[in-house]
Design a protein around this ligand. Sequence first.
Ligand SMILES: [Zn+2]
Length: 311
Amino acid sequence: MVSELREDIVTGAHVIVAPGRSVRPDTFRAPAPPLPATVPACPFCDGNEHKTPPELARRGEGAPGSPGWRVRVVPNLYPIVGDGVGGAHEVVVLSSAHDRSLADLDDDAIIEVFAVLRDRIAKHLADGHAHAHAFVNHGKPAGASIEHPHAQVIALDFVPPMVDEVLRRFTSAQRDLVQDAIEEARAGDCVLEDGATVTWCPPASLTAYALRCTLPFGRRRFDAIADGEVRSVALAVRGAVRRLAFVLGDVPYNLVINTAPGDIDERPFHWWVDVLPRLAVTAGFEQATGLAVCTVAPEAAVAALRESAGV
Ligand SMILES: [Zn+2]
């Protein structure tokens, strides 16, 4: 089996692509037992609005703190920022149903969720925070501590190191490196969907079956995209997650919206979304080297995901 050292042209991260014997990982999962639609003790379920800190925003009906919402934003009860590290940390509950993950949301619901994530990032940057991003941790191994499907938005009063490094790479190259990544994926036959939103398996995927989505020739900041663009991206990302579930079962994953700092001005940058399945634990080698190991060639992953067309 041939291994290959590859570099992500956007982030500069390095990965050893070391394909195993199977295109499908050993961790293939059978469908999990269905969750109940509501859980009496769950702070994010319909009717339990009093179990969260006072809400920050909602989409849908009803007064703050009462049922009727479709998407609800509340402060994170255990924020990673606050005294010492300035910023904001909040939870975006994807729906009032306990059993509806991101992949299960219908068109209107997923579009509304992405619009809320966009608007929360915009609000934090307007409030003067240096950077804000959004993510979904799906499943316990991906970091989800509450079962009810939710996203998180974190704002920081400084630009985090990875974003700073990407910004430095864009500025140094004086190019849109995400656009370059799309072209690289097209040339390497790694593109899954090539529509208004492009979805591909990065040739230097940090995890097996990693997927990346963005609008080609996109804006610097995710919070600057228009409603029609939100629709396209939301449906594409949900489609990507559904394909993963079709091929791999209900695997844990991290979904991250990567976007530029608030003061990006005219410097080159291009937001993108990463979907990173958590099929393997990072171990000593990764800790010692900063290298990722990907055991499914992205070219093979994209071929397997194409089989799920139409899901
Ligand atoms: Zn719940």
